[in-house]
Ligand binder design. Structure first.
Ligand code: ZN
Length: 239
């Protein structure tokens, strides 16, 4: 899962969906637990209840002073400043200590890209092709763009990428892949439902899911916290 963005209602919906699929051995979190959304502390606390690994996202580090706010758009900076004030000392320590890269079996986990784990957006084939040189494992999982995407590296001439539709089963084989499972807490591909995937290591398949959650509950909390209205509105449209 990637880009939870302090949307506890969406995270809870995904976690109960995972339970209904029979559960998982470990949660892999691809960064940006916080930022934008109204419940940063609660999302960190809930994640800690699970056996999980997580990498740092740009918002995770911005809210603890490891990245400047001035490169962000104004609404993101406002929400990150607010987030900073909501964190307990333990929350801040958790975010500060997140690694940039985690290796798990055949997978490398980063937030943005293998080349620049915190900040690079992987949305074009050309940038993805370059990035295949920056990790050793067969597959890489990324977040950051909030789009469900797969990039295939099949030699110089046969690279490709495509958007992944909900409920797809992605069979893993010899071809190297960079996969983005979409965003839990702030999808941007026009589908407002929470997005995530489950990797089944017995059959070598990643299944992507979209999960409905009560968007209005998150939105009402954001309004209550005086978070920017543009950020509130975008959740309904998934943009
Ligand atoms: Zn994000």
């Amino acid at each position: 899962m990637a880009d939870i963005h302090a949307n506890l209602v969406a995270l809870e919906a995904v976690l109960s969906h995972i339970k209904r699929q029979g559960g998982v051995d470990e949660l892999w979190c691809l960064g940006d637990v916080v930022g934008y959304g109204p419940q940063p502390h609660q999302c960190i606390e809930l994640l800690k209840n699970y056996n999980h690994v997580a990498v740092a996202g740009n918002h995770d580090w911005a809210v603890v002073g490891k990245l400047p706010f001035n490169e962000m758009d104004p609404d993101a900076a406002i929400s990150d400043q607010w987030t900073t004030e909501q964190l307990s000392i333990r929350d801040a320590a958790y975010l500060k200590d997140l690694p940039q890269v985690v290796e798990r079996g055949d997978f490398t986990l980063v937030h943005g890209s293998p080349r620049r784990p915190i900040r690079e957006y992987l949305t074009t084939l050309s940038s993805a092709v370059e990035n295949f040189n920056y990790f050793e494992s067969r597959y890489c999982l990324v977040g950051h763009s909030h789009l469900t995407l797969v990039f295939r590296h099949d030699g110089a001439s046969a690279n490709s990428f495509s958007h992944l539709s909900p409920d797809i089963k992605l069979a893993l084989g010899d071809i190297r892949l960079i996969i983005n499972p979409g965003s839990v807490g702030q999808p941007r591909d026009g589908d407002p439902r929470a997005s995530y995937g489950i990797y089944d290591d017995e059959v070598g398949i990643i299944r992507l899911y979209r999960v409905e959650y009560d968007i209005e509950v998150t939105q009402a909390l954001m309004v209550q916290m005086n978070l920017p209205l543009r950020l509130v509105a975008r959740l309904s449209r998934g943009v």
